[in-house]
Design a protein around this ligand. Structure first.
Ligand code: 5AD
Ligand code: SF4
Length: 479
């Protein structure tokens, strides 16, 4: 207990959620109040997010609770409460966390009441938790991906405890609705439609750390989006590891295409995005919906991973190079101006020059609007980690460079084609380098900078793209 007077509440602890968490938020508020009295100032917090959009959305949930109980956000890690929401998809994500933890300890030495918490995917790995318990003993709280909804309760446990509180679950079938969330942007928001992944691609740790696939009920999703729209949101990003298999396991199954049609009907919502689509589950029904939708953005992220059918089989991706190419053709026939982006892994165990050339061939044929390229990272516990024939680092690096060069050149050529056209742009923020400019996004997800002012943020405006700078455009509002 951090020199605090224990709060004793006469009411029984509610068994049901989210009531139980609101009960703990009340207790937490009283502890925060005590600490404020002791310090003679408000308490501050900082949430650092690593990894994907799922984590970004989870962080908004953490912020929602911290603000509810009285902490004030600060942009430095020299804060009273610091939490790292971690990622473990590749090894370098883990290393970053260890590096920064050492530096946090310096702050804690100066502020003995400081609390340090770790959560997210990395914490689902037993060996990580062991390492933190033995080498980073100054950490106050560790929890995982399945019990993030319990954050208020865990925070109270950590405030009351004398040693590190660790609560990591292997899996859950629970989805808790209606907890506070503080959005990073007022006009756009991520919306979880499902959690977890059942695909077990052989290189990927996500199914082990995010658990089995669970879909939210359509009515909960629609209600959340309606509330967001009432609160000023014009763009939503529907989030799931594999949105194309949404709804299959619901009591009354619903397809992703059906969900999209329902979301489309929400008045006041202007743009719909979604992430991520697995090629094996992308249905004709979805393509039809994309074709007729007025709100779904002209952007599809369709991870390829490899162009070699031989490797795709070992990766457990359930499609061949030919099937992937046919799918792209079908999508483009239906929605000619759609931007297609992808993820590609280089250096998967046993990747030969021929396999790599197959990947390059898909890149040439599809001509992606942009691509995230990754060097294969061995994740303990995945089938690929057991595979011998790991590709020598030097060869992987060379292939990575070759791939990157082609991906960037093609992306630049494709972007150039839109120069001179007028596009609808959602203005997102004041430009970080030049405050006379604002930055916005096209439907196809490209970025444009244009002269503008803060009152344009969150608005859709027509912009002429005057110049293409490769990865982004310069533009001007069309009066
Ligand atoms: N090594 C490299 N990249 C990986 N990804 C997932 N697991 C690994 C790994 N072990 C990439 C995939 C996925 C993206 C989110 O991260 O390309 O689509
Ligand atoms: Fe990982 Fe494959 Fe699931 Fe994506 S679909 S999260 S790559 S296992």
């Amino acid at each position: 207990m951090k020199e605090l007077t224990r709060i004793v509440c006469d009411l029984p602890v509610p068994e049901t959620e989210p009531q139980r968490q609101f009960y703990y938020m009340d207790i937490a508020k009283q502890y925060v109040h005590q600490l404020e009295g002791k310090k003679g100032r408000k308490l501050t917090f900082h949430v650092s997010t690593f990894g994907c959009q799922m984590n970004a959305r989870d962080s908004e949930k953490l912020v929602g609770i911290l603000e509810n109980i009285g902490y004030v956000e600060t942009d430095t890690e020299e804060a009273d409460f610091v939490i790292y929401n971690t990622c473990t998809v590749r090894e370098n994500a883990n290393n970053k966390v260890y590096g920064r933890l050492g530096y946090l300890n310096g702050f804690k030495k100066k502020n003995r009441d400081m609390m340090i918490a770790l959560c997210g995917c990395m914490m689902q790995e037993e060996k990580v938790v062991e390492k933190i318990k033995s080498s980073y003993r100054f950490v106050d709280l560790i929890f995982g991906t399945h019990n993030i909804y319990k954050f208020a309760e865990l925070l109270v446990n950590a405030l009351e405890a004398d040693s590190m509180v660790v609560d990591v679950w292997d899996d859950t079938d629970k989805i808790v609705e209606d907890l506070p969330i503080e959005r990073k942007y007022s006009f756009k928001s991520g919306v979880n439609i499902m959690f977890g992944c059942n695909n077990f691609c052989s290189y990927c740790i996500v199914p082990y750390v995010r658990g089995r696939e669970r879909s939210r009920e359509p009515r909960d999703i629609i209600r959340e989006i309606e509330q967001l729209v009432a609160d000023g949101v014009v763009e939503v990003m529907l989030l799931g590891q594999n949105v194309n298999s949404y709804g299959k396991n619901l009591e009354h199954p619903v397809t992703f295409a059906e969900l999209l049609q329902e979301v489309e009907k929400i008045e006041g919502l202007e743009r719909i995005r979604f992430m991520t689509s697995h090629p094996k589950d992308l249905s004709d029904e979805l393509i039809e919906v994309l074709k007729h939708s007025k709100k779904i953005c002209k952007h599809l992220h369709l991870p390829l991973q490899s162009g070699s059918s031989r490797l795709l089989k070992i990766m457990n991706r359930h499609y061949t190079k030919e099937q992937y190419l046919a799918l792209v053709e079908k999508i483009r026939a239906a929605v000619p101006d759609i931007a297609i982006t992808t993820d590609i892994i280089v250096g998967f165990p046993g990747e030969t020059e021929e396999d790599f050339l197959e990947t390059m061939d898909v890149v040439e044929q599809v001509r992606y609007d942009s691509a995230f390229t990754f060097i294969y990272s061995k994740r303990t516990g995945t089938p690929a980690a057991q595979m011998e024939e790991q590709v020598p680092e030097e060869i992987v690096k060379q292939r990575f460079e070759r791939l990157l060069e082609r991906v960037q050149t093609i992306a630049g050529e494709k972007a150039e084609k839109l120069t001179g056209s007028v596009e609808e742009v959602l203005i997102e923020n004041i430009n970080e380098q030049d405050s006379h400019l604002v930055t916005g996004r096209l439907s196809n997800n490209s970025v444009v900078h244009l002269p503008g002012t803060a009152d344009m943020i969150g608005k859709l405006v027509l912009v002429r793209l005057t110049e293409c700078k490769g990865f982004y455009y310069l533009g001007e509002v069309v009066e």
